[in-house]
Write a protein that binds this ligand. Structure first.
Ligand code: C5P
Length: 245
């Protein structure tokens, strides 16, 4: 069965580059049509569990905790377990941690925190093809991405964070394994930002409608919303076309 959902209800607002008082002011003003926020390592290390509980209890937002855990299996599993008391619904780990790490993550998730979906991060988008060759000796990047997506699929990882440009590759892997992952995409800009050169440090971007059209389940948007002159106008732009889900 399909139903119509607002695009803003599937867009996670990244709370980056803000001090605590700016973040509170932003959360205070963030409309109800945007129920999701993403908290990254920077904010979590600075403000910890108190911040997460406040975002949930006071501002009634749903939370994606983007910590990108990566260590030996036992350490990552224990670290994940120490987050089990938090009201968060998504947590990231690096797929490059390997099969045993991802399996250990799922064991902890299933035993202690099955309200959380684990999202696997493939290669960081800050690494370009030259970096991938230099660091890992990778020459066929599509194949390398597919290997990581397959690891997510065979270990029961619930989803992945990926560039919208990788969505067709993931769909191939999903089809081969007859499984579906939750796909969360950063690297999104509005059309006028793309034509006007407002990409910031993102190299390859799509607009929200293109990314949903390619099969993203959620988008992550930071500066396009947090630094918008008129955030309500941007939300209206997001919702101008609704998506079937
Ligand atoms: O401001 P902007 O929309 O570029 O923010 C994107 C957010 O998504 C940031 O929090 C960034 O760390 C995150 N992200 C990303 N690329 C990835 C994974 C996460 O841009 N591959």
């Amino acid at each position: 069965m399909t139903s119509t959902v607002l695009n803003s209800a599937r867009t996670m607002v990244a709370l980056d580059n803000m001090d605590l008082s700016t973040m509170h002011a932003f959360l205070e003003s963030l409309p109800k049509e945007c129920p999701w926020v993403k908290v990254g390592l920077e904010q979590y290390l600075a403000h910890g569990k108190t911040l997460i509980n406040t975002i949930h209890d006071k501002y009634e937002k749903r939370i994606f905790l983007d910590l990108k855990l990566h260590d030996i299996p036992n350490t990552v599993a224990k670290s994940l377990g120490s987050l089990s008391d938090l009201p968060v619904e998504f947590i990231t780990v690096h797929l490059g941690g390997g099969k045993a790490m991802l399996e250990a993550v799922q064991k902890t998730r299933n035993e202690k925190m099955d309200h959380v979906k684990i999202l696997g991060v493939s290669f960081l988008t800050s690494l370009d093809k030259l970096d991938l060759k230099e660091v890992f000796g990778i020459t066929n990047t599509d194949e390398a991405f597919k290997r990581l997506f397959n690891l997510a699929l065979i270990t029961g990882t619930q989803g992945v964070v990926c560039s919208p440009f990788e969505l067709p590759l993931i769909k191939e892997s999903e089809k081969e394994r007859n499984k579906v992952l939750t796909k969360v995409c950063p690297g999104i800009r509005f059309n006028d930002e793309i034509t006007g050169g407002g990409l910031g440090d993102q190299k390859r971007v799509l607009n929200p409608h293109e990314a949903f059209g390619l099969g993203a389940d959620f988008l992550v948007m930071g500066r396009s919303l947090t630094q918008a002159n008129d955030i309500q106008a941007r939300i209206n732009e997001l919702n101008a076309r609704s998506s079937l889900k």
